[in-house]
Ligand binder design. Structure first.
Ligand code: NAD
Length: 472
């Protein structure tokens, strides 16, 4: 172990949430070796015994959801409602994994004598992002453990205390020693883990890190990569939309979690007849969002998760004018960084050329673009390097159906914002958003490897020999 990781609350620099020893390469190798030696026992324990541990974990996190809510709010700055909704996602994830998730990898009899089974991969490395420090690692850990893998978990360096809390719940649920190891630290720890003797990398985070992990494992094809990466998500608002619905879904998708969601909406394509009214109403709602200390009553959004996140968002916002955008709104919260207010920028054409339009922006910021019709909106939505989420607001089912299969995203919602995602469905993206190994219910698929079997109990059949082959 080298050095200490200090977790400080973004809403109160004097609040040290915890101090953690940073795992260096030797400590990472030790954790991986321990998970490796626990693997055969956990694999052979069988689905029922593993399921019983998962269910005990689910009961514990359900009972202690309020404790987790406070910890998330304190460590990453989420408002209470937002932290509570994350905390409440952990137990249902276990139920979905043990139900529909395990059904996807159940033994499959194609015909008599032809069967497929799914085997665990071995030791899987799970990387967490800071914006959903509990729910998203849990979305990899639960299916990995349910299917018989052991796990080495590296929480985000911005949220080590949440990671440690989760590991404690697993231990208390009776998970055998070594089945879940935790290594704390930043990118160096992450690099050491990718280079260690693991069989797969289940990663949620930025495109830049996903790319680095792809390069780091290029000569190790046995290490399966499941990449859940960023987004630059589009919403289409049609002229026939229920405008109040469009505005509230847009505002939520822009600003929930202070805009730090992979599914947050960044590019809104609005049909011209409703453009001005939509802009006016949206700006009014965004300007009225209550920003404050995460645990204060009635607060909609807390600060960004760190000063670094604030600096990155400010740099992106500064690029809007150079991209040809006109700033409509930038709310001054009167609070110091990393607090920030919502921002809105307006463009006159749908061209998506500038880094402001093409790169992921992580904060409550969106741009409005005018479109003539749904086809122009679909083309503009697809003019992106990302492919995670999109949403269409229209009263016409036909117009929405036209977008299905034409918009290239892993999530496409109708009359709902981009941020709504169901754990009962696949969740993931293409291009810079991921490598088409969706998490959500389908996570059990990448946690396992299929094995095909041709099977026979019959003895030797001389009639089955091909011509020209002598009988033994
Ligand atoms: P990040 O990529 O900075 O970090 C994620 C994890 O990778 C952390 O644990 C970090 O320590 C580690 N890491 C960083 N550099 C590394 C390297 N070179 N090698 C190995 N590990 C390394 O992401 P973040 O800032 O924590 O999270 C925000 C990002 O996550 C955004 O891009 C967001 O869109 C994305 N995200 C995606 C999803 C999804 O499901 N698709 C969900 C949430 C967040």
């Amino acid at each position: 172990m080298t050095g200490k990781l200090e977790s400080v609350s973004p809403s109160d620099p004097s609040d040290v949430v915890g101090r953690f020893a940073v795992a260096d390469a030797a400590a990472v190798a030790e954790a991986v070796a321990s998970a490796r030696s626990a693997f055969p026992g956990w694999r052979d324990a069988g689905t029922a015994a593993r399921g019983a541990v998962l269910e005990r974990f689910a009961r514990a996190v359900d009972e202690r959801a309020d404790e987790l809510t406070l910890l998330i709010a304190r460590e990453v700055g989420k408002a209470r409602w937002d932290a509570a909704s994350e905390a409440r996602l952990l137990a249902p994830k276990i139920a979905v994994t043990l139900g529909d998730g395990m059904q996807l990898v159940r033994e499959y009899q194609a015909t008599p004598g032809q069967r497929a089974t799914y085997r665990p991969r071995g030791v899987l490395a799970v990387y967490g992002p800071f914006n959903f420090p509990a729910h998203l690692p849990n979305g990899h850990i639960a299916p990995a453990l349910a299917t018989g893998n052991t796990v080495v978990f590296k929480p985000s360096e911005v949220a080590p205390a949440v990671g440690a809390w989760m590991a404690e719940q697993w231990r208390d649920a009776g998970l055998p020693e070594g089945v879940l190891e935790v290594v704390q630290g930043g990118p160096d720890t992450g690099r050491a883990l990718a280079a260690a003797d693991v069989d797969g990398i289940l990663f949620t985070g930025s495109y830049a890190t996903g790319r680095a992990l792809t390069l780091a494992t290029i000569d190790a094809p046995q290490k399966i990569l499941a990449l859940e990466l960023g987004g630059s998500n589009a919403m289409i608002v049609c002229a026939d939309a229920d405008l109040d619905l469009a505005v509230s879904e847009a505002a939520l998708s822009i600003a929930a979690t202070t805009g730090q969601r992979c599914t947050a909406v960044r590019r809104i394509f609005v049909e011209r007849p409703v453009r001005e009214r939509f802009q006016e109403k949206l700006a009014a709602v965004l300007a009225g969002l209550r920003v404050g200390a995460p645990l204060d009553e009635g607060v909609f959004m807390g600060p960004l998760a760190s000063l670094d996140a604030h600096a990155r968002l400010s740099r992106m916002r500064d690029l809007a004018a150079a991209a040809g955008g006109e700033r409509v709104l930038l709310v001054d919260t009167g609070r110091p960084p990393p607090y920030t207010g919502a921002g809105l920028v307006r463009f006159e054409s749908t061209a998506q050329r500038h880094p402001y339009q093409r790169e992921e922006i992580f904060g409550p910021e969106a741009a409005l673009y005018p479109v003539d019709d749904i086809d122009e909106a679909i083309a503009a939505a697809n003019d992106s390097d990302y492919g995670l989420a999109a949403s269409v607001i229209t009263r016409s089912r036909a117009r929405y159906e036209r977008c299905i299969g034409r918009i290239r995203t892993g999530v496409l919602n109708w009359n709902k914002g981009t941020i709504g995602a169901s754990g009962r469905l696949p969740f993931g993206g293409s291009a810079r958003s991921g490598n088409d190994r969706p998490a959500g219910v389908t996570a059990t698929l990448y946690c396992t490897a299929p094995q095909a079997h041709l099977e026979s109990e019959a003895g030797f059949d001389p009639g089955a020999l091909p011509p020209g082959m002598p009988r033994p």
